[in-house]
Design a binder for this molecule. Structure first.
Ligand code: G3P
Length: 226
């Protein structure tokens, strides 16, 4: 399963990329606005940190302008994946830009039928918004299962990129459902890494270790290079 980080914050991207498990990055207009920096500078920095798919979203809302914006974004770097919204104009734009060889992350997916149509048009990724769906109704996890099942039936190459991962449980659901990737905000990555029980267990072991005589403890470090 590919792990993408869902942020435009270059410090957080660097931090988790250095831990070795970040395959790509997703941004959106709200995440870009959080940074309060020049958008193009942020994009250029991100492509320099992670050598993988970097999703950048269009902000236009009519199809023609979405296409123009998509072409511009895609021209910035070969790893840029253009995010188009799952609205009627987004489908129109998707049909055009895919034929121009631009990679698309079709985003704000709330139904399996939207994902079916996006795959038919050749989207590279679809992003079902699991957490946001659960805020208004239920079925975020089921949506991932439905899309994965439909894609398997027909051999679609579009990848399911589980998004709006507002807590770590959603990541587990996405993995169990067979999502190809999940895009995860830094706070949720942190929660995935940490377990209070791991820390408590370690503290207990080291407390007992301290009861050994100094010479016995020191023997473990004989020959260890600093
Ligand atoms: O990148 C978009 C997506 O993951 C949105 O997440 O938490 O704003 O619903 P959220």
């Amino acid at each position: 399963m590919k792990i993408f980080i869902d942020t435009a914050n270059v410090e957080e991207i660097t931090r988790y990329a250095n831990m070795g498990f970040i395959d790509g990055v997703t941004t959106n207009p709200a995440l870009m606005a959080t940074e309060q920096r020049t958008a193009i500078d942020v994009i250029k920095e991100i492509v320099g940190i992670v050598d993988g798919p970097i999703s950048v979203e269009v902000v236009s809302t009519d199809a023609a302008r979405m296409v123009a914006e998509a072409r511009h974004l895609a021209s910035l770097h070969e790893n840029i994946v253009v995010k188009l919204p799952a609205i009627p104009a987004g489908f129109e734009a998707l049909n055009v830009v895919i034929q121009q060889g631009i990679k698309v992350n079709f985003t704000m997916i709330y139904t399996a039928n939207q994902a079916l149509l996006a795959a038919k048009l050749g989207a590279t990724y679809v992003s079902p918004f699991v957490g946001r769906l659960d805020v208004t109704s239920t079925g975020g996890a089921e949506l991932i299962e439905e899309i994965v099942t439909i894609y398997d039936h027909y051999g679609f190459e579009t990848q399911v990129l589980a998004a709006s991962m507002r807590n770590s449980i959603y990541v587990k659901f996405a993995a169990l459902a067979g999502a190809h990737a999940a895009t995860i905000p830094p706070a949720v990555l942190k929660a995935m890494i940490e377990s209070e029980m791991s820390q408590i267990s370690l503290d207990g072991f080291l407390e007992q270790w301290e009861t050994l005589p100094e010479a016995s403890k020191a023997s473990l470090f004989d020959g260890v290079e600093e």
